[in-house]
Design a protein. Sequence first.
Length: 278
Amino acid sequence: MGTLYLVATPIGNLEDITLRALRVLKEVDLIAAEDTRRTRILLQRYGISTPLTSYHPHNWREKAPYLLGLLSEGKKVALVSDAGMPGISDPGEELVKLALARGIEVVPLPGPSAALTALVVSGLPCDRFVFEGFLPRKGRERRERLEALAEEVRTIILYEAPHRLLKTLEDLKAFLGDRLVAIARELTKKHETVWRGNLSQAVEFFQAHPPRGEITLVVGREPSPSPPREIDWGTLIAEVKDLEGKGWERKRALKEVARRWGVSRRDLYKAYLESQDK
Ligand code: SAM
């Protein structure tokens, strides 16, 4: 029996490849690549001339039996995706399942993945997180996924295409509340940027600056706390006095104004008493 190697490749910067990945890509009999043109650029850069064949979501059903046949004959095959870790929002999962079912050894070679790269630079909690890949594009499936995410208490990692980013930010805000978000674009590439803020600010920003390039979103766990407010106690006290002037009891007036402005009744009462001392 041969061996199927799952080889992680760079998500942009061609230097992000391990020594082991280069050795295995050199030694295997065949490389099955999602995008042979893109993989050829990588191989050329490192002087590797191993034969390539395509393996992607549109031909995997026809290609899998051929690759499994080679593996059963004892050949070594490396599977690489367009970028990053094969199997993560990329073809690979099916081939792994089929190979394991035939008793073929499967060896993973770790390396870059956009999801973890974005998570660690996001500034959001990394201790518990969930990877959601691409959201369903529309309809009930999308709504149900967003409803489920509204209950999510872990940091959420999502992939998104640039032309769908704005709609996704709007939907996330509507379903999950105004959470913190980090939007990582073009990671490891020349125009790498990470935008950080909350979802409503992100909607505003990306409306004005339509994004380009590859994007990974990292969404925080809870609605972000509102920015600290400057409370103008004078205005609040004037409102209390106004209500008192209309015949309200002081206690009731304090309660009502505290509710209107979202401040504690005790703090308002304290400010009220201090204003009388002046
Ligand atoms: N297998 C890949 C991995 O492990 O990261 C993911 C493949 S998925 C088809 C491609 C998506 O990953 C892109 O649409 C984008 O959302 C994200 N992505 C890939 N490269 C990226 C990069 N350099 N910066 C930000 N996001 C990236």
